[in-house]
Design a protein around this ligand. Structure first.
Ligand code: FAD
Ligand code: FES
Length: 283
């Protein structure tokens, strides 16, 4: 009797075998978040889309998914922005340039940058949600003529937790970018806006039929952002939201990331507003 495999073993090796990559640089963004620049063997490109993720593994520690934070237009290495929260991230925060990490991926669908071309983009990033959206933002900046307005709304709990200070300062200076930022609670030094991220939305003048809203942040934010966008008349098909789910395999085999009949690791993490209607429990 011929031997039957659930999946082609050659493909299985590609899916499950990490490439041994090297940390190029490790920079603290805040006391909790670190930016890691990583090079694959031979400096080959990761070949990702904005919004896709990789699985990072450390021997003897474990493996976890992280969104790619750099744009595909950055060649020779890629970046991950990681919050230290547990086992793997604590060990990783103590690592330095030259040390090795395992990388599988890129996985997931990411944002369809081809379909977004020509559109006005409204980026809505809550907290660490700026990490994956930074990939899309920098992709748009590097292909500026292919897109309409670039409107960035960023909210965080406090000014001390705001990420990517230099890049945000550049967005503020760039006349082709409309950048808005708010914090829930500002320190005595904070001179900007205070309030939750949805307070940025009512004042925006949008051509809703040519706007794509790309959203990533904590789940508590989703419901209110979606309500605010619908109140502005945004059609569901113009809304793209990146979901986060606990993952194991990352490649549609184990079911850990399942919501109803979708596997977030393969059919997500980016879903449009029409798809989200059947994923209410995720919001
Ligand atoms: C698609 C995707 C993209 C992501 N992108 C990023 C990113 O760009 N940056 C980033 O910082 N993070 C990202 N994450 C989250 C990241 O994968 C997790 O924070 C990961 O668990 C960290 O691994 P760890 O071993 O350090 O933490 P863990 O040891 O896994 O602990 C993480 C937290 O989860 C809790 N926890 C652990 N196990 C469970 C469980 N079974 N059930 C409930 N809670 C549990 C822990 O108490 C702790 O608070 C992403 C997740 C997904 C799914
Ligand atoms: S993480 Fe295994 S199926 Fe999605």
């Amino acid at each position: 009797m011929p031997q039957r495999y659930l999946i082609d073993p050659a493909q299985a090796q590609d899916l499950y075998l990490p490439l041994m990559a090297e940390l190029v640089s490790v920079k603290a963004l805040t006391p909790q978040e670190t930016l890691y620049e990583i090079a694959l063997p031979g400096g080959r490109d990761l070949g990702h889309r904005p919004g896709q993720f990789v699985k990072v593994s450390l021997f003897g520690v474990g493996e976890a998914p992280f969104s790619v934070s750099s744009s595909p237009t950055k060649r020779g290495s890629f970046e991950l922005g990681i919050r230290t929260v547990g086992m793997l991230t604590e060990v990783m925060q103590r690592m330095g340039p030259g040390e090795k990490v395992g990388i599988r991926g890129p996985f997931g669908n990411g944002f369809d940058t081809g379909a977004l071309r020509g559109k006005d983009l409204l980026i809505i990033a809550g907290g660490i949600g700026l990490v994956p959206l930074r990939s899309l933002i920098n992709f748009v900046i590097d292909n500026r003529d292919d897109f309409g307005r670039l409107i960035i709304c960023y909210g965080n709990r406090s000014d001390a937790e705001l990420l990517f200070a230099e890049e945000r300062a550049a967005w503020e200076r760039d006349p082709s970018i409309e950048y808005h930022v708010t914090v829930d609670r500002g320190s005595s030094q904070w001179r900007g806006r205070t309030g939750v991220i949805t307070t940025l939305l009512p004042g925006l003048k949008l051509d809703v039929d040519r706007t794509a809203a790309c959203i990533c942040g904590p789940p508590v934010m989703f419901r209110y952002v979606l309500l605010a966008l619908r109140a502005k008349g945004m059609p569901e098909k113009g809304i793209f939201l990146s979901l986060e789910r606990r993952m194991k395999c990352g490649v549609g085999k184990c079911g850990h990331c399942q919501i109803n009949n979708t596997f977030v690791c393969t059919e997500g993490p980016v879903y449009n507003g029409l798809e989200l209607k059947s994923l209410q429990e995720a919001l």
